[in-house]
Design a protein around this ligand. Sequence first.
Ligand code: MSP
Length: 641
Amino acid sequence: MDKRFYVTTPIYYVNAEPHIGHAYTTILADFLKRHYRLLGYDAYFLTGTDEHGDKIVKAASEAGAKPREYADRISALFRDTWKRMGLEFDDFIRTTEERHRTAVQSVLQRVYDAGDIYFASYGGHYCFGCERFFTEKDMVDGKCPDHNTPLEYIEESNYFFRMSKYQAWLAEYIKANPDFIRPERYRNEVLAMLDGETLEDLCISRPKTRLKWGITLPFDDKFVTYVWFDALINYISAIGYPEDDRFKRYWPVVNHLIAKDIVKPHGIFWPTMLKAAGIEPFLHLNVHGYWNMEDAKMSKSLGNVVRPLDLIDRFGNDQIRYFFLREMNFGADARFSEEAIINRVNYDLANDLGNLVKRTFDMVKKFFDGKIPARDPGETAGLDAISAKYSEALSAYTGQVDAFQFSTGIERLWEFVRLLNRYIDERKPWLLAREKRTAELSSVMRNLLESIAGLAVVLSPILNRTAPVILSALGLPAESGLDAVSSLDALTPDTALGEMGVLYPRMEKEKQVVEQKPKAAEKNAAGPNAGEGLIDISEFARVDIRVAKILEAAPVEGSEKLLELRVDSGLDTRTIIAGLAPHYTPESLVGKKILLVANLKPAVLFKRTSHGMLLAAKKDKKDRPVLIELSDNIPVGARLS
Ligand code: MSP
């Protein structure tokens, strides 16, 4: 099959303005589109807005507007925000568009004709905020578990979709297709919903006496369609279901992106709806965790940047894209804080990548008058090893992106970035220049420039503003493809390098305007021994200690104490720099299961970034540290609690 890729975001409700959670999913979709396009795929990216239902009517009336005017305004705000952030969506669907209405009505008619929609009287506990009925099992003390407001018992006649009929089929389908819903924890979540009790059929209509703002049922004009049944169909209405070529072309390769909040409609309603309408299931449902905003709320300086455009203004476009993709382990929640962003910018972008580019350009300026040197035919300066590492990093990265493990993938590329920084330290071009070893110097500098070109191409889907700047400065087209750089021989000798300013300026934390003083209640909670070294359980809970496995270990050149370790944390594969060299040989460490402090701020040691710390015990300062080792039956990734 030729290479195609179709990525969708949830269509966002127009009852609120775009915020960083929406921005994350949409940036991720934009990244994926660019990444697969770079790999030669025909890639298509859809986003849009969800505009029907009670919720929107309510928000509009609060804003003193008609639903349509209100939806027009907020939908335009979403579209405009994504445009101004340079996101390259191919289509923006609104559920109030005619093309969407016809598709929804056509699906409804098909399912109705097949006998899977029936009319019945129903009494149930309804939440107006969620616009849905809750079963006895789902409600908490008679309240909505999400809104914590009392549910209202209402009785009405409505149309129902026979979802239960497809329960067994769906459970089987998910079991037979392990990647249908990923990561695994969400697949298991959906399977748990399907195991055991029979699914309730889905109420898919609202009487117009109660709600008019929706799509009229094709078989009964006294009812509108339930907003979720309407909204999910956007993924096919936008690509011209049923007849359009785009539907035939892209539907078989669809990748939905959502967060964990909307797993049930996507994991259960949607595949059963598709099945009933005789449409092939989607290919993948990819579920990410939540950005935890607590810190953002607390920090004065971040208070004004939760709007995506302000966020970009404050930190920079590429900085935010990199942060989003590197910081979140896809599937798990992540912390959104100014500090976390600044650490990524300063350590990964400024120290590792920015520094590599700057040092290299400065040296070419100094030693070669700013012109790209030719490699000396007799001196490769280790080109084979660099090429091998480049291809290795590239294939590890693309493999991880295919598996939606972006953070691990990027880390593998950064290993290559760090290797290049080490290459500079080891080859010492300034000495080569002083000693007039021009052949070696030319090849070293050329190898570096070519590697930077390779990295810029691979990273262009993430760093979409700075990668083209690097490529142009190297005399390459801003839109260079992977083929051009695959053998690290893309540059033309004698080309004058363009100007390269500071790509990623180091950032300072904004000063907190108001000091955060502990609240009285917190002080009391600390108990009578407060101030005597005791900590609150919540303080301990902030330390993420996990079982990890050491995969590789090597000495850090130039240091007698440090070892560079690669460890599998269960969340990712990461680098740890540990002061173990006097006590352990590298070989003796490989394969050990140890304890890792996984959420420690990255630290730079001997120009390498350490992402965490291993726990060791020693009696006193002079004592030899003994690593805390664990037995084999404790799984990697298990968290200490
Ligand atoms: N309209 C429905 C989706 C219908 S899709 C057929 C909806 N809209 S929403 O505006 O509430 O958007 C929810 C989505 O926004 C999440 O699934 C996620 O993609 C994104 N996020 C919103 N807040 C988020 C975080 N705090 N963190 C990460 N993503 C979040 O649900």
